[in-house]
Design a protein around this ligand. Structure first.
Ligand SMILES: Cc1ncc(COP(=O)(O)O)c(C=O)c1O
Length: 354
């Protein structure tokens, strides 16, 4: 069998080794100066005033919902097709995630359905730029009343731009992930972004037991800190974010060239920049392709989850868009080291199931 083609491979090298080594030598492994350095780079990348680093993308979402004071009796609109964390965090604060169907071509929220799902209990929309494809933000704003908070699950959208504006900087708060399948990785990590100083202060307290700058705790919380040693890993990647995105865009363009007219392909809206967290094609024989390509050492993956297929969220529906996305989506290997020969092999493999 030919060599395996990895689904994801972090773009880390000498610069990351040097930064991590410096932190190890410093003896300060937990929250310290590297957190602030990473936060500054994240805030700049998202075009916002504040970024607060946290231990993962799920923690970012959890703290964003907590910081808005959302709780029992409240509803938050979430897509029916997304990584489960988007809805889980709403349940974790005692509120109700209201699932809304997605457009199976874009994988993002069907905005007409969002309008229909708003009730007097709705406090926020937790909108996802799924796989790095920017959601039409002005259409979302038009779909709901201005008093509703619009939160971005930008877990996979660092580097993506909606009409020139960075994803992660569009909503009341943005939530990023630095999981290894993301463009910038710290192994585990995440951040909350915002232009609101009070929300930023609240997130800072909530990630550190609820402690305020006077060492008092008014609202007990947990420990969602990100360690300096992990921030050190992310900092060089953030500095070369444009180059990392260019590499992912190269891979996406190579797949698009090879698979145009063969299977249904991902793209961004005109004027938008796709963040290419994942390159997800759509095809009817997805399950066959998944099993056989994996058997050949090509690490393909499903897109993500249809939440109403999970026991926790089964009572809502129907969601035909999410069903179609869940059944037909296939994520192809996507990382900066993919060679032309590997891209050929993946594309030829996928084409057999078209
Ligand atoms: C859309 C979405 N939201 C949230 C998350 C959670 O991020 P993390 O794995 O860093 O907790 C992910 C991770 O894959 C994601 O894809």
């Amino acid at each position: 069998m030919s060599d395996a083609i990895r689904l994801a491979l972090p773009d880390v090298g000498e610069a990351e080794l040097a930064e991590v080594a410096a932190v190890l030598r410093s003896g300060n492994l937990t929250m310290g100066p590297k957190v602030a350095e990473l936060e500054e780079l994240v805030a700049a990348a998202c075009g916002v005033e504040h970024a607060v680093a946290v231990s993962n993308g799920t923690a970012a979402l959890h703290l964003a919902v907590l910081a808005l004071g959302i709780g029992a009796g409240d509803e938050v609109i979430v897509p029916a097709y997304t990584f489960p964390a988007t809805a889980n965090v709403v349940r974790l604060v005692g509120a109700s995630p209201v699932l809304v169907d997605v457009d199976p071509d874009t994988f993002n929220l069907d905005l007409e359905r969002v309008y229909e799902a708003v009730t007097v209990r709705t406090k926020a929309v937790l909108a996802v730029h799924l796989f790095g494809r920017p959601l039409d933000w002005s259409a979302l704003q038009d779909a709901v009343a201005p008093e509703l908070a619009l939160l971005e699950d930008a877990a996979g959208a660092l580097g993506a731009r909606w009409q020139g504006m960075p994803c992660g900087g569009l909503g009341t708060m943005g939530c990023l992930s630095f999981h290894p399948r993301k463009i910038v990785t710290t192994g585990e990590g995440g951040a909350v972004t915002t232009n609101d100083p009070d929300l930023a202060a609240s997130i800072r307290r909530l990630r550190h037991h609820g402690l305020d700058p006077d060492s008092d705790i008014a609202e007990p919380s947990t420990n969602y800190r990100l360690a300096d040693v992990l921030c050190a890993l992310g900092i060089p990647q953030l500095r070369r974010l444009d180059a990392l995105l260019a590499e992912r865009t190269r891979v996406a363009a190579a797949y698009t060239e090879r698979l145009a007219g063969v299977v249904e392909l991902p793209s961004a809206d005109r004027g938008d920049t796709h963040g290419w967290q994942a390159y997800v094609v759509r095809l009817d024989r997805r399950n066959e392709a998944l099993a056989e390509l994996r058997a050949e050492g090509i690490e393909v993956q499903i897109g993500t989850y249809a939440l109403h297929h999970l026991s926790a969220y089964r009572d809502q529906g129907p969601f035909p868009g999410a069903d179609a996305a869940f059944a037909r989506a296939l994520a192809l290997p996507l990382h900066s080291r993919l060679t032309d020969a590997e891209l050929d092999r993946v594309a030829e493999g996928v084409a057999r199931f078209a």
